[in-house]
Design a protein around this ligand. Structure first.
Ligand SMILES: NC(=O)C1=CN([C@@H]2O[C@H](COP(=O)(O)OP(=O)(O)OC[C@H]3O[C@@H](n4cnc5c(N)ncnc54)[C@H](OP(=O)(O)O)[C@@H]3O)[C@@H](O)[C@H]2O)C=CC1
Ligand SMILES: O=C(O)C(=O)[C@@H](O)[C@H](O)C(=O)CO
Length: 288
């Protein structure tokens, strides 16, 4: 499939003049260091990715920005997401770090900016205040959509009830070992798009015998099967790899489908297994 035809999902934010649609497949950059990011993102763009997921926390926005600047792909064909880091929730810190992200990425307009973690039990953090600052950033016109990451249903309810503005996206850990069905159903009711982080379970799913058996039956790789599972569930999926061959294989998921039996077998792998942190565990330290 040509990069022009990659499937997209329409987001809540945007206007009739600027319909905001996110490419369903993106490239994750967690643990890709500042010096490696430029090369990895350049290769990802060459492999056909048009959606890059970064974060202030990753420390690699400048490398991502250099790769974007060096690319001849028109800006309107690219999608870039970044995320507000945990120490930056206070309004002034959020606005300053947002400007720093834009400078590092070399962008006039970002496609999507997320609150990285809710920090709902951290001292000095008020989810609603953070969300109001995100709305201020959206209203500046320099971001096309705002969203959240690692929010649970009660966090979503709190910010939506207080502001009337729903996040366009909630980026959460999600893969066949952690299918997050109740939260996905809540997102569907709210019109929030679900993005899957660690979509390969940080590689663990690639050794699963059920995944391997589905892959062997279709003549594709385990990673392709898992990525296809996300796409067929209507999720946005952002696998990461620094290996150019894996990048290309992971993006080559358009010539086969999973039938109902394969989807059911993969759904049945759910065991509530987190490969990253639970949202309640990520908190700012208490002073002193
Ligand atoms: N919002 C949030 O809180 C979070 C967001 N994220 C985002 O989600 C992205 C993806 O999640 P991530 O945690 O990186 O994990 P993934 O589930 O994408 O797995 C990445 C791991 O799988 C390996 N891998 C990738 N493709 C293949 C393949 N085809 N064959 C074999 N091994 C493979 C990679 O190794 P190698 O690189 O050596 O190929 C790496 O070790 C992140 O990069 C980040 O952008 C992630 C965590 C939290
Ligand atoms: O990659 C991210 O965006 C993260 O926030 C995580 O990797 C997080 O630090 C984590 O899950 C650690 O286990």
């Amino acid at each position: 499939m040509s990069p022009h035809d990659l499937p997209t999902l329409r987001l809540l934010h945007g206007t009739s003049q600027d319909v905001v649609s996110i490419p369903q497949l993106g490239f994750g950059t967690y643990k890709i260091g500042p010096s490696e990011a430029e090369r990895a993102v350049t290769r990802a763009l060459e492999a056909g990715y048009r959606h890059i997921d970064t974060a202030q926390m990753y420390g690699n926005e400048a490398g991502v920005g250099r790769a974007l600047a060096a690319s001849s792909i028109p800006r309107e064909q690219l999608w870039v997401t970044s995320k507000l880091d945990n120490p930056n929730h206070a309004r002034e810190d959020a606005l300053t770090s947002w400007e720093a992200s834009m400078e590092a990425l070399g962008l006039e307009v970002l496609d999507l900016f997320l609150v990285h973690w809710p920090l709902a039990h951290s001292p000095g953090i008020d989810l609603v205040d953070t969300w109001r600052t995100m709305i201020e950033i959206l209203e500046s016109g320099r971001v096309r959509a705002i969203g959240v990451s690692n929010f649970q249903a009660e966090h979503l309810r709190t910010i939506i009830e207080a502001t009337g503005v729903s996040p366009a996206v909630n980026q959460i850990e999600l893969h066949p070992y952690l299918t997050q069905r109740p939260l996905r159903e809540r997102h569907a009711e709210l019109g929030v798009i679900t993005q899957s982080w660690s979509p390969l379970g940080r590689g663990r799913l690639l050794k699963d015998p059920v995944v391997a058996s589905v892959a062997a039956g279709l003549g594709v790789t385990p990673a392709q099967v898992v990525i296809r599972w996300h796409l067929e569930h209507g999720l946005v999926v952002i696998p990461k790899t620094v290996d150019p061959h894996r990048m290309a294989v992971n993006a080559d998921v358009w010539s086969f489908e999973l039938d109902a039996a394969a989807m059911a077998a993969l759904d049945a792998l759910d065991r509530g297994l987190r490969t990253g942190s639970h949202p309640d565990r990520v908190q700012l330290p208490h002073p002193g």
